[in-house]
Design a protein. Structure first.
Length: 278
C-alpha cells in the first residue's frame, strides 16, 4: 500500500523520498517510481514539507516516529506530518501529544480501500487534526485519494477507520459462512455466489469478495493477521457498549491469524468453509 501511495505522489509531480525497514525494498521502490532512497526515517524527512507514514500497527508506527533515527525529531520547522497507518485511538492520541511537544503539525489520515484503489488514486482518506493543517496538505492527500474527509481529532480518524474495518470484517466473514452453508446444503456454489452478488445489500467490496471466494484467490491485499490486529484495537473502544457481533468476528479472525492462513487476504477466511476448488 505504501509503495502505491508513494508512486501516486511521484506521478503527481511531488519530489519523493522513501524509506522502508528493508533496505532492499527501499532501493527497489525508489528505483521503480523515481524517488530518492533514505537510510532511516530521520534521513527521509529532513528536507520534507509533508511526511506520510504508512505501516502495519502501533509498534511499527512508534518505531518510525520515536525510535532510533525516528522521524519526529528530524522534521523541519513548518513541515506537516501525516500518520496514514491503521493504528489504535490510544496511540493516535499519544502521537499527537508527542507531535505537539515537538511543535510539529500532525494529521492522522488512515485510508479506506486496498491496493487497487491505491493504484488508481481512489482511496478514501479519513483525516483527524487541525482543519487548517489539512488545508495546507490536502493536495498531497488528493494525489492518492478520491475522497478526503475531515472527521475530527487525530484519534477520531483512527476510531472511524477501525469501525469501518470492523464492519467489513463482519460482512466478509458472514458472507463466507453463508456461501459455505448454502453449498454444503446442496446449492450449486456458482448459483449461491451469483444470487448473493446480485442482492441490493451487497456492495462493491462484498461483490469483489464473493468473486475472490469463487476463484479461490486469496492473495493478500488486506491480510488476515492485520484484520485480527484491527479487531483487537476495536476491542479497546467498547466503553460499555455490547459488541457481541464484533467479538464473534474478532474471534474468527484471531483464530485464523494463528494458523497458516494468517497471511492470506481477508477473503481467505472462506478457505476452510468452501469445498476444494474444482
Amino acid at each position: 500500500m505504501g509503495e502505491r501511495v508513494a508512486g501516486r505522489l511521484a506521478t503527481a509531480g511531488h519530489a519523493v523520498t522513501v524509506w522502508n525497514r528493508s533496505p532492499a525494498v527501499t532501493t527497489r521502490v525508489a528505483g521503480s517510481i523515481g524517488a530518492a532512497a533514505a537510510p532511516s526515517p530521520a534521513g527521509a524527512v529532513t528536507e520534507a514539507e509533508v511526511v506520510v507514514c504508512m505501516v502495519a500497527d502501533d509498534r511499527a508506527s512508534r518505531d518510525v516516529w520515536l525510535g532510533d533515527d525516528g522521524a519526529l525529531g528530524a522534521v523541519r520547522a513548518g513541515a506537516a506530518v501525516v500518520e496514514a497507518s491503521t493504528v489504535s485511538a490510544r496511540w493516535s492520541r499519544e502521537l499527537a501529544e508527542h507531535a505537539a511537544a515537538a511543535q510539529v503539525d500532525l494529521l492522522t489520515a488512515p485510508v479506506v480501500g486496498s491496493r487497487p484503489q491505491a493504484e488508481a488514486g481512489a482511496l478514501f482518506s479519513l483525516v483527524g487534526g487541525d482543519p487548517e493543517v489539512l488545508g495546507r496538505v490536502e493536495s498531497v492527500l488528493a494525489a492518492y485519494s478520491g475522497t478526503v474527509r475531515h472527521v475530527g481529532r487525530p484519534e477520531d480518524a483512527a476510531v472511524m477507520k477501525l469501525a469501518i474495518n470492523a464492519v467489513f470484517g463482519v460482512q466478509v466473514a458472514a458472507y463466507a459462512e453463508a456461501v459455505g452453508v448454502a453449498t454444503r446444503a446442496g446449492i450449486d456454489e456458482s448459483t449461491a455466489i451469483e444470487v448473493l452478488t446480485g442482492l441490493p445489500i451487497t456492495g462493491p467490496g462484498l461483490q469483489r469478495a464473493l468473486g475472490l471466494f469463487a476463484a479461490r484467490d486469496f492473495a493478500p491485499n488486506f491480510p488476515i493477521h492485520l484484520v485480527a490486529k484491527d479487531f483487537g484495537y476495536v476491542g479497546q473502544l467498547s466503553n460499555g457498549v455490547s459488541t457481541q457481533v464484533l467479538d464473534a468476528a474478532a474471534n474468527v479472525f484471531r483464530d485464523a491469524a494463528n494458523t497458516d492462513d494468517a497471511d492470506l487476504d481477508i477473503t481467505g477466511i472462506a478457505r476452510s468453509l468452501l469445498p476444494p476448488h474444482r
